[in-house]
Design a protein around this ligand. Structure first.
Ligand code: NAD
Length: 296
């Protein structure tokens, strides 16, 4: 945990930098064998946040030596057009990873399209088989945000075995997967969501708290248990342009053992995990021993 915690603030940027450095050295090792991992980003429509996210991911790829391409389809594209694009990438031998940036324009269902990406190229870990693998045990390609949080927990040396862990948010790709990963790490889990009564009582019990609701200020600092570890996934752009998490940061910080800031906490770890998944996919497709970064 050396250098990752300063006055109870968890430095997600530094943690992510360390993961990226490990990825970069693995990419260099692969390069010496003539293998350059390649990921394709597919973006549909003109959601400005999606453009920013894809550019940030492409920059991170370039930094570690992963090749990336960016396919941008018009907002008016049909489901069939998006599917054809994904199928072409699925058949392309040079492409190791495919990422369909969400959200899709309204009217295009995402579940079927996510499942049109072959599981072995699914670097976001959103294919139903990859999601199921998290619950059944451990998959090679797991969803980046919860996997990144588990990795951060491991880097911080936080012991979750036997602890009370509370996850707020039950989205299929974040909250539910987070709960499954904490459960397999032997924590005792509560999953809260928009219909949870007495959210405060659950938060007060949490020794490990992960908040992924997208509701700024949802968790007042005074609710947080003394000595808790808090991971704030929330990422909401406010009217003044700032990005806000879901936890009242300044007040929570006074009580916790550690808390991730927004920005600079979970976001960079999510992107670092995408790079891990891309290199892992490239290795598995070639029958090479997969890049294993120890996870909690
Ligand atoms: P989602 O909208 O799919 O799910 C939100 C969940 O929060 C739902 O399960 C809902 O029941 C719950 N919720 C909503 N209001 C609530 C309330 N008042 N009380 C309790 N629970 C409530 O969102 P998601 O895709 O899981 O993302 C959640 C947040 O995390 C968003 O802000 C998103 O932008 C952010 N996010 C950040 C990263 C990152 O890399 N930093 C990655 C993924 C998601």
């Amino acid at each position: 945990m050396e250098g990752l915690l300063h006055e109870r603030i968890i430095n997600g940027r530094e943690a992510a930098r360390r993961v990226r450095a490990e990825v970069a050295s693995e990419v260099a090792r692969l390069g010496a064998q003539g293998v350059v991992p390649q990921v394709a980003f597919v973006r549909v429509g003109d959601d400005p946040a999606s453009a920013i996210y894809v550019n940030a991911k492409a920059r991170a790829c370039a930094e570690v030596g992963v090749r990336s391409s960016h396919l941008h389809l018009a907002a008016s594209s049909s489901e069939a057009e998006v599917r054809r694009t994904l199928e072409a990438l699925a058949a392309d031998e040079d492409v190791d990873g495919i990422l369909l940036q969400l959200p899709l324009p309204s009217g295009i269902p995402d579940l079927q399209l996510l499942n049109a990406i072959p599981p072995e190229k699914d670097v976001d870990g959103f294919h139903t088989l990859n999601l199921g693998a998290v619950v059944a045990g451990r998959g090679p390609l797991e969803p980046c945000t919860p996997a990144g949080i588990m990795r951060l927990i491991g880097m911080l040396g936080v012991e979750v075995r036997g602890k009370e862990a509370v996850v707020i948010g039950r989205s299929v790709v974040v909250g539910r997967m987070m709960a499954s990963m904490l459960l397999r790490a032997d924590a005792t889990i509560a999953v809260c969501h928009r219909h949870t009564a007495a959210l405060r009582e659950h938060v007060a019990r949490a020794e490990v708290l992960v908040v992924a609701a997208g509701v700024p200020g949802l968790v007042p600092g005074a609710w947080v248990r003394e000595g808790a570890w808090v991971f704030d996934v929330g990422s909401t752009r406010m009217p003044d342009g700032r990005i806000s998490g879901d936890v009242e940061f300044a007040a929570a910080r006074e009580r916790v053992a550690g808390i991730t800031p927004v920005p600079g906490g979970i976001g960079p770890m999510t992107i670092a995990q995408l790079l891990v998944n891309t290199v892992t996919a490239a290795q598995l497709r070639r029958g090479l021993v997969p890049f294993v970064i120890k996870r909690a």
